[in-house]
Write a protein that binds this ligand. Structure first.
Ligand SMILES: [Zn+2]
Length: 118
C-alpha cells in the first residue's frame, strides 16, 4: 500500500499534541543520529520533539521565551487519558533539560529518566 505524504499530513492534523508526540517517538525510536565513544566518554545524538514559546519585541526574545522537549508519559501511567494537550512541565532531574508533557509522570526523551511535571 502506498500512502501519499498529503494523506499522512492530513492524518497528523487530526491528532492531539499527545498523540502526535507518541507517534513521533514511536517512529523515531530507532533513529540515532550519531554515537561517539571518545576518551572513555559516550555521546549520543538523537532527534527529539520540542515545543517553543517565543515572544518579544523587534525580534529580540523576552524573558518568557523558552524551548521545552516533549516527554512521553511514564510507562506506569501510559494508559491514563491525560486529555492530549501539553499542559504539564518541569525539568529533568538527571540531565536538567526543560520538559513538557500531557502527563505528570514522564520519561525524559534525552536520558530516559522518570520525572515529575506539574
Ligand atoms: Zn533527562
Amino acid at each position: 500500500m502506498v500512502v501519499k505524504a498529503e494523506q499522512v499530513r492530513e492524518y497528523l492534523e487530526t491528532l492531539t499534541e499527545g498523540e502526535l508526540a507518541e507517534l513521533f517517538y514511536q517512529a523515531s525510536s530507532n533513529l540515532i543520529v550519531k554515537e561517539v565513544y571518545e576518551n572513555g566518554d559516550f555521546y549520543q545524538e538523537k532527534i527529539c520533539l520540542a515545543r517553543t514559546i517565543y515572544g518579544g519585541s523587534e525580534g529580540v526574545p523576552d524573558q518568557e521565551s523558552t524551548t521545552q522537549l516533549v516527554a512521553l508519559p511514564a510507562k506506569s501511567v501510559r494508559n491514563v487519558n491525560w486529555g492530549g494537550s501539553l499542559s504539564q512541565s518541569g525539568n529533568c532531574k538527571q540531565c536538567k533539560v526543560e520538559l513538557v508533557s500531557v502527563a505528570k509522570k514522564v520519561v525524559c526523551p534525552v536520558c530516559n529518566t522518570d520525572n515529575h511535571c506539574t
